[in-house]
Design a protein. Structure first.
Length: 390
């Protein structure tokens, strides 16, 4: 599926195709799900669509740029990117930003808002790929290999959790855990990290009423099967109702009812529920197929990367996207408590959409440098240590 670009580079259509389909569907569904909100709040049915379209174009620009920039340059910039992310997260905590429903996650810059967490999650993957490439087999040592990576993950997780943003914290730590596992970290060390993460997450939930309400609402959803008196699980109830009412073929684009002031955030975190209502089971299944195709292609890009840094970078970026997809769909279907994570390429958004499209640009650059004649390097552990070495 690779087409030559210039004299030696190839263009990976197998990766671009599912992303293009998801972005195109996202434009349609953002308009369908936000038209009533735009008309009622901003006197314009296209208010959110116009802003989403601008961000899509900006993200496509990032794809075009990053697919032409040698990904090895990211390795040299990794410490600076990590430092900049820590600085942005620190500024957010120190001076505050725009808060929504108990969480303080956005910084306003002139007429724009940015979400530092979205930048930090990618900067973290780049830095970990750089660090693990340098450590090599020393990752099996806790003090010399694993501890430095854990300190980086712990610092970013702490800053993100303080917003508070438990969903992004879990996504970040899950990505880091997967990379450490692939790099050959010992299972007993990783087991201790998982145990520590569970303890920290539990304490964070107990200390934050904002998080605790969501957990209680989730328990009520599965325990009582109906919205409680305070309506704390109203959002998930309406999401499940939207998914179920779509049937096989859906009500048709624009004809869903739950988005009309019943389902909160229909164009952001819960856009998958709108897809289910208006496009039915076929629509939600098609979205899942596109994500699976993108995930598998990302792993193949990682396997074919010309060096160890490229393998870790491609695997980490692919896993991070997949974790966001899995957590968002789990929330929409009521499998886990509400986390506030957007659905990549589909949800209305600024920083998340642009960053995710930028990630695709990096993956395309790694794919373009792959040696198609070489035997793919394994992406799974072998004997506790990575078999592939750059």
């Amino acid at each position: 599926m690779n087409v030559a670009v210039g004299s030696s580079r190839r263009f990976d259509w197998a990766m671009v195709a599912p992303v293009a389909c998801l972005v195109a569907l996202g434009v349609v569904m953002v308009y369908s799900s936000s038209a009533f909100l735009g008309a009622s709040r901003h006197d314009s049915a296209t208010y959110f669509l116009q802003r989403h379209a601008i961000r899509v174009l900006l993200g496509i620009g990032f794809v075009a740029l990053l697919m032409r920039v040698d990904y090895h340059r990211l390795q040299r910039l990794a410490p600076w990117g990590l430092g900049g992310s820590v600085l942005l997260l620190g500024i957010l905590l120190a001076f505050g930003g725009e808060g929504v429903r108990g969480a303080n996650r956005w910084l306003s810059v002139a007429t724009f808002t940015i979400q530092p967490t979205e930048i930090a999650r990618v900067a973290c993957v780049v830095y970990l790929a750089h660090l693990l490439d340098k450590k090599g087999d020393r990752i099996a040592s806790f003090r010399d290999g694993l501890l430095p990576a854990c300190l980086v993950l712990g610092l970013l997780a702490f800053l993100i959790l303080k917003q508070p943003n438990l969903g992004s914290t879990i996504a970040l730590l899950s990505t880091g855990f997967a990379l450490l596992y692939l790099a050959g970290a010992k299972r007993r060390h990783l087991g201790l990290l998982v145990l520590g993460g569970i303890v920290v997450a539990s304490v964070a939930v107990l200390r934050n009423p904002y998080m605790m309400d969501r957990v209680v609402a989730w328990q009520a959803q599965w325990g009582a099967g109906q919205a409680d008196a305070l309506g704390r699980n109203w959002q998930v109830s309406q999401s499940i109702l939207a998914l179920g009412s779509g049937g096989v073929f859906g009500t048709g684009p624009g004809h869903g009812l739950q988005k009309v002031f019943f389902l909160p955030d229909p164009h952001t975190d819960f856009i998958y529920a709108v897809v289910g209502e208006e496009l039915g089971f076929l629509g939600t299944a098609g979205v899942l197929v596109a994500y699976v195709a993108l995930f598998l292609r990302g792993l193949k890009v990682a396997a074919n990367a010309p060096d160890r840094f490229g393998r870790y970078l491609a695997a980490g970026l692919t896993i991070n996207l997949s974790v966001y997809v899995a957590m968002n769909i789990a929330v929409v279907t009521g499998v886990i408590p509400t986390t506030g994570l957007p659905l990549p390429f589909l949800s209305y958004g600024g920083s998340a959409l642009v960053v995710n499209l930028g990630v695709v640009g990096v993956l395309l650059n790694i794919a373009s440098q792959a040696d198609s004649g070489a035997r793919p390097a394994p992406i799974v552990r072998s004997g506790g240590v990575r078999a592939a070495r750059g």
